[in-house]
Design a protein around this ligand. Structure first.
Ligand SMILES: [Zn+2]
Ligand SMILES: [Zn+2]
Length: 285
């Protein structure tokens, strides 16, 4: 079994790289990829570990980058790239992320929160990878914010992000597309570093739109939040359009998720399922 979509604490995952390797070993996964959001620093850490002692399977380099594709916020998985080459790109630089994404967005979120009379410490320290998480967990500390949040139906961070920040009709709305790189920039950087491009966890509309675009080498066809039926549909679409298929849990270390498991914990991804992909990224044995 394999898992090609895993987040570590180098982005928004809860587990360290070492813990992920130990879990993967326990599950006897033959191939894994740590695909942190925006960063590839997990691979620097891996280089400093005695990996062979912790995990006997193969590790395929990976990253999950947010991109602006003609006005759509698309998650792109880059795989099998050369770490040293991709490291040179501004797209995976922590400084660039902190300055052009984290800091700018946090300022924007704060401006809105102030307008809505929400209380928070203006000099708040970063507690989370994403600026919306940092501000959300700061704001819920103050009981006086509770009725304001309740008024908007916000009872957890998911509501704050999906129902409000991402919703053009909400006063919390921020156009994230202004802060993220274009698909062309991301695709160029991954390809220059010798990597493949996989469309992450596509919904049906996105999958149909991109199946014939020629922009991707493959689609992620198995995922924690997919049903078997939906996965079968994606595989068929990929076959028809000569796209590679991959699969992974998109594990972040939260209790509802299971490393190595897809279909809401009911299925796993076999090596055979992604054999064409694995042979392209040098992961075949
Ligand atoms: Zn994603
Ligand atoms: Zn992910």
């Amino acid at each position: 079994m394999i898992d090609l979509h895993i987040h570590s604490n180098h982005s928004d995952g809860q587990c360290s790289v070492k813990q992920i390797l130990e879990m993967a070993e326990q599950l006897k996964l033959s191939h894994i990829s740590i695909t942190d959001h925006e960063f590839i620093s997990a691979y620097d850490e891996l280089a400093s570990l005695d990996v062979a002692k912790l995990y006997g399977g193969k590790i395929i380099t990976g990253v999950e980058l947010s991109t602006n594709y003609n006005g759509h916020l698309i998650h792109v998985l880059g795989y099998g790239f050369d770490v040293a080459k991709l490291s040179k790109s501004n797209l995976v630089s922590r400084e660039n992320f902190d300055k052009n994404f984290y800091a700018k967005l946090l300022t924007q979120y704060k401006k809105i929160a102030k307008k809505l009379n929400l209380k928070f410490n203006d000099n708040l320290t970063r507690t989370h990878f994403a600026p919306d998480h940092t501000l959300y967990f700061e704001m819920i500390k103050y009981p006086e914010n509770k009725p304001i949040f309740e008024n908007f139906g916000i009872v957890h961070k998911g509501h704050y992000y999906w129902d409000h920040i991402r919703n053009p009709k909400s006063p919390f709305y921020v156009d994230l597309l202004k802060y993220i790189p274009t698909f062309a920039e991301v695709a160029g950087a991954i390809r220059d570093a010798g990597g493949l491009l996989v469309l992450a966890h596509p919904d049906k509309a996105i999958a149909e739109q991109f199946a014939q675009s020629g922009d991707f080498d493959g689609f992620e066809c198995m995922h924690r939040t997919f049903t078997k039926e939906y996965s079968d549909y994606l595989v068929k679409l990929c076959k028809k359009n000569k796209l590679l298929v991959t699969g992974g849990s998109d594990y972040h270390g939260y209790p509802v998720e299971k490393l190595g498991y897809v279909f809401y914990g009911e299925g796993q991804v076999s090596e055979n399922f992604a054999k064409d992909f694995l042979s392209r990224v040098g992961g075949d044995k």
